[in-house]
Design a protein around this ligand. Structure first.
Ligand SMILES: *Cc1c(COP(=O)(O)O)cnc(C)c1O
Length: 467
């Protein structure tokens, strides 16, 4: 199996090269040249397998023997061994035909762990084989930095430098990053804003000699391997509720469209899915697209579900690639115009095609609070604000009452305690394995908002190992 860029101009690559490349050289995103397909019998055989075993079977066709089956099975088993629930991604019933897929049992309590735990190990495995190393650099406003740090900690071929704005992330968010004391983890509190942090990271990547010397890399949400790892839990949930005999539907609280696109991938591989409902908060560029066929940039507004406060859903380009019949040149044109004008219209036929499978739904902060309260009253379950948007979307846009709707719970309620407590009066407790977070020692370096100082810092931290 090989991978092609959505913009048609980058080299066709094998899995291990796609893994390390991230973004394609033409600015596009890599997708498989052809989706692997499972027969009904193969899907039936997945039902009831332990998560790691199911995961290995679902992902193996994507590797095309670039990693041996035994090595890969070991990496996958290790990735999920430390999760806080034996089922890894358990399903919980909320109501008749209304299900919650809990994706918050990883080390940082949000669904990104499901892909990043494997991604860090895959990077390490492929780099070690090549005798190479990388320096992962990223900026975080608080939410996603810890998942990247947990993914890369203690990996022999990786250093990771994560910038956060000093004093502008919550204490839980900061401690989830700074209490990781592994020698390859470097936390930097920048005296500035999140935008300053992002600009600093961009400046490092734009300095080509520095970028080469430090072998800079990223583990961002467009990496193909993250999509691949997320496909797994769609199969796990679908087969648990009766696929392939019975179809299922999914509701997904969405920002960059990476999570729901993985569901689209599971369907392309043969999982019978009736419908995907895409949930947004007030940052509703996707809902407006499904309402109108036009994608138009807006202002980013802060909400109770900050991981979905985004302007452009970068992974949406992968769906557009299929809507444009995999014509990379045509899509490159569309994306260039979108960049220039801030808007794109895909035309009535493509819009209609998207609506066969997808529905959009938007929920503001008041609505989010109401759903958290109502679900708590009706079931005793505490939802985080992101998960609440998903549940509301699934209920509002469900097409068929006889097909189970599975909402993806993307964060543990204790990750967003203020919103949950305001809605329910209950302060959600951290799981036992994180209960001592506030007693653990921290390590973090404070730096001014100055790119020269940051470059010296990175060189000092990774120079010895890079040499
Ligand atoms: C990242 C994130 C999302 C959005 O996922 P996408 O793949 O970007 O659509 C939703 N909820 C939580 C808690 C997240 O961390």
């Amino acid at each position: 199996m090989t991978y092609v860029s959505t913009r048609g101009q980058a080299p066709v690559l094998a899995f291990d090269d796609v893994l390390l490349a991230g973004l394609a050289r033409d600015g596009g995103l890599y997708v498989p040249q052809e989706w692997p397909r499972f027969s009904a019998a193969e899907i039936r055989a997945l039902a009831g397998l332990p998560y790691a075993e199911l995961a290995t079977r679902v992902m193996l066709p994507f590797l095309d023997r670039t990693i041996s089956e035994d090595d890969f099975a070991a990496l996958v088993a290790d990735s999920y061994a430390g999760f806080g629930h034996a089922a890894v991604a358990p399903l919980k019933q909320l109501d008749r035909g209304d299900w919650l897929l809990e994706l918050f049992h990883g080390p940082t309590l949000a669904f990104k762990d499901y892909a990043l735990q494997l991604l860090g190990r895959l990077f390490d495995h492929v780099l070690a084989r090549r005798g190479a190393r990388v320096t992962i650099v990223g900026a975080t406003s608080g939410d996603t930095g810890s998942a990247a740090i947990e993914a890369c900690r203690d990996r022999a071929a990786i250093d990771i430098v994560i910038l956060h704005p000093k004093g502008r992330v919550s204490e839980v968010q900061r401690r989830q990053m700074t209490t990781v004391l592994s020698s390859n983890v470097h936390n930097v509190a920048v005296e500035g804003t999140f935008d300053d942090c992002q600009d600093l990271v961009k400046a490092l990547f734009n300095d080509q000699p520095f970028r080469d010397e430090m072998a800079l890399s990223a583990v961002n949400s467009i990496n193909w391997a993250r999509i691949m790892a997320q496909i797994v839990y769609y199969f796990a949930a679908g087969t648990a509720l009766g696929a392939p005999e019975r179809p299922v539907s999914f509701a997904v609280p969405t920002g960059n469209f990476g999570n729901v696109y993985a569901g689209y991938g599971a369907r392309a591989m043969g999982l019978p899915v009736e419908q995907f409902v895409v949930g947004s908060n007030r940052n509703d560029i996707l809902t407006r697209f499904f309402d109108s066929g036009e994608m138009a940039l807006g202002e980013v507004m802060p909400t109770l579900s900050p991981s979905m406060d985004i302007q452009v859903s970068s992974n949406f380009e992968r769906l557009l690639f299929d809507l444009y019949d995999r014509d990379g040149a045509a899509l490159a044109d569309v994306m260039a115009r979108f960049r220039a004008t801030g808007a794109m219209n895909v035309g009535a036929a493509r819009w209609k095609k998207a609506l066969e499978l997808f529905d959009g739904f938007r929920l503001d902060d008041d609505g989010t609070q109401a759903v958290i309260r109502d679900v708590y009253r009706a079931t005793g379950e505490l939802l985080d604000p992101h998960s609440a948007v998903g549940v509301a979307a699934g209920r509002a846009r469900r097409r068929r009452a006889d097909i189970p709707m599975i909402s993806l719970a993307t964060a543990h309620p204790a990750k967003f305690p203020a919103a949950v407590e305001a809605a329910t009066g209950i302060h959600p407790a951290l799981p036992a394995r994180l209960a001592d977070l506030f007693e653990r020692p921290e390590r973090c370096d404070v730096l001014p908002n100055d790119v020269a100082v940051l470059k010296d810092y990175v060189k000092g931290k990774v120079a010895k190992v890079a040499a």
